[in-house]
Design a protein around this ligand. Structure first.
Ligand code: ATP
Ligand code: MG
Length: 243
């Protein structure tokens, strides 16, 4: 599904930052991969490279065999196929919940309004907020807004869903409702790459965990491996700090 081969990413700010160092991994269809690591280790940059919000300077990224770094690749198609949910919910503030879910469907997927609304309502029901379809985002709690953001990404029928710390901006009592939606998705077979500090989620849902430090993938394993028997000193140190 996703093949990442030896990607390198640099930022010039003006100091040269080597944000991703020879990152290689594969994500199989239906797999849930959780990415953990300290602040600044490159987790967000890695995710953003997967839908080309950032352009990897070197290496290759194939999504369902499509080379997304190839200049001939239609990047809007890639972004529709690779859904992303951010820490800040990024909903359109002047559009209702329903409109938030239909715009990209009509523009990018070329669906008619009726069809787009039907799809949207089905997904709002799935995330438990169909009663709120007519309200504006600021009338919703953070947890509800994040569930709308997830439903919006799902409206595009993505092949993969990327989550960048989707619960970090939420009040504690709302974290569970968002994680529950993500757990359901994972169990239904959605391919997901999730950056999170929620180790309970990692334990329960992840097929694999990647630990990143200083732009590199340092250790890869099952949740059991990480929480019972981490190998590298840097992994042990990180886990001892967050667990
Ligand atoms: P956090 O846990 O704090 O979100 P992260 O693991 O997601 O951290 P990244 O945001 O990917 O880390 O950042 C990796 C490195 O790249 C950091 O040194 C960061 O300062 C740098 N970086 C990220 N985005 C940019 C940018 N747009 N311009 C310049 N430097 C950047
Ligand atoms: Mg980040």
């Amino acid at each position: 599904m996703i093949e990442v081969k030896q990607i390198n990413k640099y930022f010039y700010t003006p100091d040269k930052i080597h944000a991703l160092r020879d990152v290689s991994t594969t994500v199989e269809a239906g797999e849930v991969v959780v990415v953990i690591g300290p602040s600044g280790s490159g987790k967000s940059t890695f995710l953003r490279c997967l839908n080309r919000l950032e352009y990897a300077d070197e290496g290759q990224i194939l999504i369902d065999g499509v080379d997304i770094l190839d200049s001939k690749t239609n990047i809007n198609k890639v972004r529709a196929d690779v859904g992303m949910v951010f820490q800040s919910f990024n909903l359109f503030p002047h559009k209702t919940v329903l409109e938030n879910l239909t715009i990209a469907q009509t523009v990018v997927r070329k669906r008619g309004r009726k069809e787009a609304e039907k799809k949207a309502m089905g997904l709002l029901e799935k995330v438990g907020i169909h009663a709120k379809s007519g309200v504006y985002p600021d009338q919703l709690s953070g947890g509800q807004q994040q569930r709308v953001a997830i439903a919006r990404a799902l409206c595009m029928d993505p092949k993969v869903m990327l989550f960048d710390e989707p619960t970090s901006a939420l009040d504690p009592e709302m974290i569970g409702e968002v994680l529950d939606v993500m757990k359901t998705l994972g169990k239904e077979g959605m391919t997901m790459v999730v950056v999170t500090h929620e180790m309970g989620f990692a334990r329960e849902v992840a097929d694999r965990v990647l630990f990143m430090d200083h732009g590199a993938i340092v250790e890869v394993g099952t949740p059991e491996h990480f929480f019972v028997n981490p190998e590298h000193e840097r992994t042990k140190l990180f886990l001892s700090q967050i667990l």
